[in-house]
Design a binder for this molecule. Sequence first.
Ligand code: NDP
Length: 315
Amino acid sequence: RKGTAIITGASSGLGLATAKALSETGKWHVIMACRDFLKASRAAKAAGMDKDSFTIVHLDLASLDSVRQFVKNVRQLEMPIDVVVCNAAVYQPTAKEPSYTADGFEMSVGVNHLGHFLLARELLSDLQASDYPSKRLIIVGSITGNTNTLAGNVPPKANLGDLRGLAGGLNGVGSSVMIDGGEFDGAKAYKDSKVCNMLTMQEFHRRYHEETGVTFASLYPGCIATTGLFREHIPLFRLLFPPFQKYITKGYVSEEEAGKRLAQVVSDPSLTKSGVYWSWNKNSASFENQLSEEASDADKAKKLWELSEKLVGLA
Ligand code: NDP
């Protein structure tokens, strides 16, 4: 049978390119988990995806109710759930003031981490129940949250500190708008959320890999400088960033190539190892990359897990 993969944020950029790459194999049905139904359906059409190769299901990660409703709706499709890809993200580098999710969490961490945390926890039993030979839960990471790299050292750097802001509810009350309890900084909030994504993947691996047989993985697909992720950046940045990545850092990767990379992590029979953060070298060959000290801190991962459980109502 075909595999079924859920991809969050499949209406643009990496998520769309991955959905397209998987649907083109003829071996996958993609559940596009998107907040804007019309945008997703237009995007799938414009990408030339066969209409029988995907189903769009509404998901707004900025609302925990929407996440719970999504899980119900997906179960009603009565399709097996073989792979889940947590890909959607918001990036607000120029925001002067924080914005908040429906549940009152700072938006970047609320969407990129907490929404996905609840989604992944809820869908774990569905993954476990699937009879697919290689079941996977993939959370898209980033080099920018990884302070052992050049890109990860561009200020403001990711830093979760002692997680006091998260413990305080990340709701803007007192000093609880950033995970570390610091002042609001949209670029840092994004990087922090990506560290959370990488820590969460490893904590899933430690807690559930043996018991469930599910492969947990993260990845850095390369710098996809052309996606909508940079939509809120200043115009000069958006003009110069793609050529800078192409010719100076040489970290640039096209949306199509990045989509193929993520599709590999979804379906390649050789990428079944769990707990891995995948990256690609210049020849587009995958390798197991090292995470920064903070992004591989097991104590922090455990603390993050427990605090996140409370915030999303699982504990
Ligand atoms: P895009 O902005 O193109 O795509 C982000 C997707 O997330 C969109 O489909 C967007 O939906 C969706 N999304 C945003 N907020 C929500 C929400 N509240 N609920 C549901 N969906 C939402 O960016 P990219 O494709 O670049 O980003 C995809 C992933 O890749 C992210 O995890 C990002 O961190 C990661 N990444 C990107 C890199 C890059 O260089 N671009 C580098 C490394 C990692 P909508 O279409 O409705 O806006």
